[in-house]
Write a protein that binds this ligand. Structure first.
Ligand code: SAM
Length: 219
């Protein structure tokens, strides 16, 4: 069967900007190929959708650059048995990638309009292993804890203690930490009562707003 124009652009993008930058986990690369990014940025041209940059998704928010989605997902080492918490549903694009890799994804977004839209798109893709919550994700989702992996897709001033506490033993957490403009991607790995932390490189995300994040009203 002939590949669609979107699938072709997606394959080229993955080869050049994602595999080309060192992401090599085959399950992650397959999930990226299987999720049609164009559904999460309606009204954009395919060239924009498959550009090497974030895209606006309304409400002053963005869907991250595909490489950033791939890198964060690879760092989480998500297996088919894993339960994952995502903070910052946004368009639902990264939720969809995680849902293809995990047993279940719990995703939290503070802006109701974005959750409604993401839920509709993931429904269209028949991704039924996702639970949605509207609220402040800086406090996590304690009722569904513990999680094998936690992915925070907005920039925080520090690692929120409730998120660390909701990690299962052996669990991984990725989060951009820094100021409102620039952050460093941090990987936290729980080993019993120890939390090993590594800074992995610079990144730029919209602010994580909430009780354990930045105050609202300045986004
Ligand atoms: N993962 C998203 C995607 O694939 O489209 C991109 C998310 S965008 C970079 C960051 C998101 O985090 C925004 O939708 C924003 O509203 C959300 N956010 C910010 N603070 C939050 C909080 N305390 N709890 C939940 N979501 C939050």
């Amino acid at each position: 069967m002939q590949e669609s124009a979107a699938a072709h652009l997606r394959r080229e993008h993955i080869e050049v900007f994602i595999r080309g930058r060192g992401v090599c986990d085959k399950r992650v690369l397959r999930a990226l190929q299987d999720v049609p990014r164009e559904l999460f940025a309606p009204g954009m041209s395919l060239n924009d959708v498959y550009g090497d940059h974030p895209l606006p998704i309304g409400c002053g928010q963005t869907v991250s650059q595909p490489y950033m989605v791939a890198w964060m997902t690879e760092l989480l080492r998500v297996s088919e048995e894993d339960r994952v918490l995502e903070i910052g549903t946004g368009s639902g694009y990264q939720t969809a990638v995680l849902a293809r890799l995990a047993k279940e994804v719990c995703t939290v977004e503070r802006l109701p309009a974005l959750t409604v839209r993401a839920q509709a798109v993931l429904g269209e893709l028949n991704l039924v292993n996702v639970r949605y919550r509207v609220g402040d994700g800086t406090v996590g989702w304690a009722e569904q804890a513990p999680y094998n992996a936690i992915c925070v897709t907005a920039g925080a001033p520090r690692v929120p203690p409730p998120l660390q506490a909701q990690l299962a033993d052996g669990g991984r957490l990725v989060i951009p930490v820094g100021d409102r403009m620039l952050q460093s991607l941090v990987l936290v790995e729980r080993c019993g009562s120890r939390y090993n932390m590594r800074e992995l490189g610079g990144c730029r995300f919209v602010p994580l707003v909430g009780a354990e994040g930045w105050p609202s009203g300045q986004t």
